[in-house]
Design a protein around this ligand. Sequence first.
Ligand code: NDP
Ligand code: 8X3
Length: 250
Amino acid sequence: MTRTALITGATSGIGEATAYKFAENGINLILCGRRLQRLNTIQKALEKLTNVHILNFDVSYKEATFDAIASLPENFKDIDILINNAGNAHGLDPINKGSIDDWDAMIDINVKGLLYVSKAIIPQMTERQSGHIINIGSSAGKEVYAKGNVYCASKHAVLAITEGMRIDLNPFGIKVGAVSPGLVETEFSQVRFKGDKIADSVYKGFKALEAKDIAEIIYFAVSRPPHVNIADILVFPTAQANSSTIKKEL
Ligand code: NDP
Ligand code: 8X3
């Protein structure tokens, strides 16, 4: 039976690559993001492969999130796979210099946004006693690094929520897991540094992960047999040993 996946943050990076991977494998798609033009372009490209519906909303707005998901047409209402991917780091500052707006953005999007989307979708999964939720965590969810403070806290929260979901949704036969990447070259650093050219230096001198590397892992997780649940995968580029140990060529 053809499955339907809802992917948040499908307009770039890991979410977009996952949309392509799922489409190639015949999974119906609900693609979400704030940038409508990109959603339209990706929909147009992927409609050749599968059925695609787009939802244009900001996950940090509770009402907009619930309204968007409630607006799904009948043929997209039963969501089998939820990929909670939308999120970003905002800023890289010591705690004494951090911006409250950046902190609010990270907690509102990475943590509360993930909860709003999940809350809107989980009831139909519990009712059908099936479903698969994958939350995109981070190596920053396992290890705090200098100036990472609130971003790391938001990703630690994502991993705690993942574990909590897995326990609470266990009686319903719903799979829950996390994929936790290290450095992936996407628009992540452009967002973190607000377009500053310092963003270009983040992935210089080593081979970072590509978004499609993570998409392949996500597809692996959703294509296991019913009795197998990938609980958590931590994945680094080979050049990265942890948050502060990266082998760079001069
Ligand atoms: P990108 O910046 O390329 O993609 C982020 C995606 O999230 C975009 O599609 C963006 O869409 C969406 N998004 C951001 N804010 C909102 C919002 N308020 N409402 C709805 N959608 C939103 O970064 P990545 O692909 O790298 O990031 C994806 C996930 O992977 C994030 O959770 C990130 O924390 C995590 N991650 C990234 C790593 C990396 O090194 N790149 C490593 C570990 C984890 P739009 O702007 O259109 O709304
Ligand atoms: C993104 C990876 O190291 O920039 O989660 O925090 S890192």
